[in-house]
Design a protein around this ligand. Structure first.
Ligand SMILES: Nc1ncnc2c1ncn2[C@@H]1O[C@H](COP(=O)(O)OP(=O)(O)OP(=O)(O)O)[C@@H](O)[C@H]1O
Ligand SMILES: [Mg+2]
Length: 367
């Protein structure tokens, strides 16, 4: 409770988010530094059933996230992502199960939990009557960040998020993407152990998305744990150290994106189309992962006699374990083609992705 909070993330940002009920008259919350020995997030058999609902919005999920990791909660609309974030940030009361942030049970010690988390909600909840600097400072005051340190931190954060010239403007003057940057800056004002970002990229243009991704990676590299929700597989794959796939309130899989993709029965593939003598087909057949030529047609304009030197068109498929790069086979294919005086017409690689993992788990596509 004394001095500047330690600088973590965003060139000196500290933060906490505000998805929870926060009013301008709220009493300052105690600053609490949770034990770094605990995982950042622990969830065990967590359930949420909303009143009058016939089913569970979150249906008994369990997972753990270590410190300084990016965890991506990936799932379609209505899967339960926001409800999970709501429970972990004290906005939603769990029906049963346990949720801890930085070792703090969110149901038993909600005020302490709020000090440990920052929240960027799915919808804009900036205070429209305050300038963005005041939004940041009010948030810091709520979390009992000393005033002088908070003012310096606000300036650093506004600068880090490209908002330095806009500090005096009210939120109504900001675009959706700009508001989202303000909300991240605000969430970092009290140096949370865990930052929750509910669909941080929705509505952002490609450049803004990359900017946000870079800031999130910086935060992770500086020791903050980030839980983000998304229905964008590319985002989960590009950003998350660990991905949890959620559907109908259940966690269907939880692992690194690479491990999830490697778990697929189908791996990467390379399809090549070549022309050349039969010897070329035989040479390709002994390369790693080669499957039999799927079709072998005579070249247009000449009758096939079946003589071994006669050029033919071959399609060969190579299948490789998931996680390997099928493009690395192309030089060996090209060398064989050249040795036999043939021609390489086409080489098409296909690499399985989280999209295929989701399809495998649910039988549906996420897009
Ligand atoms: N306050 C509420 N009261 C009743 N039901 C709710 C409430 N909030 C969410 N739900 C229901 O809980 C389920 C999960 O909703 P949730 O908002 O957690 O999903 P989500 O994965 O965040 O979806 P989206 O991608 O659309 O944001 C949905 O069926 C939704 O209708
Ligand atoms: Mg949501």
């Amino acid at each position: 409770m004394t001095g500047d909070p330690p600088v973590r993330g965003m060139n000196g940002a500290t933060s906490s988010g505000t998805g929870m009920a926060e009013t301008r008259t709220a009493a300052p919350q105690p600053r609490l530094k949770a034990s770094p020995a605990c995982p950042a997030i622990e969830v065990a058999s967590l359930v949420k059933r909303y009143p009058k609902s016939s089913g569970n919005a979150v249906d008994g999920i369990s997972f753990t996230v270590g410190r300084a990791r990016i965890f991506g909660l990936l799932g379609p609309n209505g899967a339960g992502k926001t409800t999970v974030v709501g429970m972990l940030t004290t906005r939603v009361r769990p029906t049963s199960g346990v949720a801890r942030v930085a070792g703090i049970d969110v149901a038993a010690r909600p005020a302490a939990a709020r000090a440990a988390v920052g929240v960027v909600p799915q919808r804009n909840n900036l205070d429209r009557s305050l300038s963005i600097r005041q939004n940041l400072l009010f948030h810091a005051a709520y979390h009992a960040v000393p005033r002088a340190g908070a003012a310096r931190r606000a300036e650093r954060l506004l600068d880090a998020f490209g908002l330095a010239g806009r500090a005096g403007d009210k939120p109504d003057l900001f675009s959706g993407g700009q508001s989202q940057r303000v909300m991240i800056a605000r969430a970092l004002m009290h140096d949370p152990v865990v930052l929750f970002l509910d669909e941080p990229s929705t509505g952002l243009d490609p450049a803004a998305r990359l900017f946000t991704w870079d800031r999130i990676r910086e935060l992770r590299d500086q020791g903050t744990t980030v839980l983000l929700t998304t229905h964008d597989m590319d985002e989960a794959e590009a950003l998350a150290d660990q991905v949890g796939i959620i559907d109908h309130g259940q966690l269907l899989a939880h692992d690194s994106p690479q491990a999830l993709v490697r778990s697929l029965p189908a791996g990467a593939s390379l399809d090549v189309t070549v022309t050349g003598p039969a010897g070329l087909a035989a040479a390709l057949a002994v390369l790693p992962g080669a499957e039999r030529a799927e079709t072998a047609a005579p070249l247009p304009g000449g009758p096939a006699t079946g003589r071994p030197h006669e050029p033919m068109r071959y399609h060969v498929r190579f299948r490789l374990p998931a996680g390997s790069d099928p493009g690395t086979l192309i030089p060996a294919v090209a060398a064989a083609v050249s040795r036999y005086g043939g021609r390489l017409h086409q080489a098409v690689t296909a690499t399985p992705s989280l999209e295929d993992v989701f399809l495998q788990l649910t039988g549906r596509t996420l897009r």
